[in-house]
Design a protein around this ligand. Structure first.
Ligand code: 1GP
Length: 268
């Protein structure tokens, strides 16, 4: 499938993050359908450290089958960015928990890690599998900002504080010079505060890359603020896990996406 739209700046879009360790495949599939119907544009599969390949693969396959059912909805939406199925993209913590049945993988460098394992080690460990599997690698700079949560701890990140705009400017510039195709600003799953507007603005001023912002975004207002500060993609994970009822989740995500899109005129 054509995945080029993922790395283009096409206006604000939403991605649902699903952790296969937190829900069985059938529940993950129902949540993916709800997200698709609500107007989400990508499903990210975040393998936590406690997840194995089999669990990730079962989840990817269940979601893929489910999304084919909602394809008709996206094709009838005149605002849709693509007429194809919503892409399923692996967003792994490391070289474990990979599935050949996803469409793509964020092939990322945790740029502010203090451990070479997350700068290059895991990437090399997974390289052969990724190439053989046919997964499309999407190179991505990944920056963990305070509070950082488990991702910050596991990734041994030197967290970027909410007012460290000069540091962020340097990282965003470096990400572009490395040739990455996306830049992800992460506050940590379940964070009590999202990435600060100052940091998003600093990144936006220093790179033309699409910027993904996630961690601690649980309502339309914080999604809109991130977009007005320069975010292109908004990721929510924890929010989706609060709803087992697909209709409820669809309603909540529809509201969030609608408010997020009202912030479409953020800085260039
Ligand atoms: C984590 O950015 C994502 O990688 C999502 O965070 O679970 O807080 O939405 P939440």
């Amino acid at each position: 499938m054509d995945l080029t739209h993922i790395t283009k700046r096409l206006g604000p879009r939403h991605a649902l993050l699903i952790d296969p360790a937190d829900q069985p495949p059938d529940v993950a599939a129902k949540r993916a359908i709800a997200a698709g119907m609500a107007g989400s544009s990508m499903i990210l599969i975040g393998g936590s450290s406690g997840t194995d390949n089999k669990n990730v693969d079962s989840t990817v396959v269940a979601i893929r089958e489910a999304l084919e059912l909602v394809e008709w909805a996206t094709t009838q939406d005149s605002d849709a960015d693509t007429n194809e199925r919503i892409p399923i993209v692996l967003f792994p913590q490391g070289a474990n928990a990979l599935s050949p049945n996803a469409d793509a993988i964020t092939y990322m460098m945790l740029m502010n890690s203090t451990n070479p394992r997350y700068l290059i080690g895991e990437q090399v460990a997974g390289a052969t599998f990724i190439k053989k599997s046919g997964l499309s690698p999407i190179s991505m700079g990944y920056l963990i900002c305070a509070p950082g949560g488990k991702a910050g701890k596991v990734g041994e990140a030197h967290l970027i504080g909410p007012e460290e705009t000069d540091r962020m400017a340097s990282y965003a510039t470096a990400a572009e010079m490395f040739g990455f195709r996306l830049l992800y600003l992460e506050a940590g799953s379940g964070a009590d505060v999202p990435v600060s507007e100052s940091l998003i603005q600093a990144a936006r001023k220093n790179t033309s890359l699409p910027i993904i912002v996630g961690g601690g975004i649980r309502n339309g207002e914080s999604a809109r603020r991130a977009v007005e500060s320069g975010a292109d993609w908004i990721v929510t994970g924890t929010l989706g896990e609060k709803f087992s009822d697909a209709d409820q989740l669809r309603t909540v995500l529809s509201g969030l996406i609608s408010e997020m899109k009202s912030g479409a005129n953020g800085p260039a």
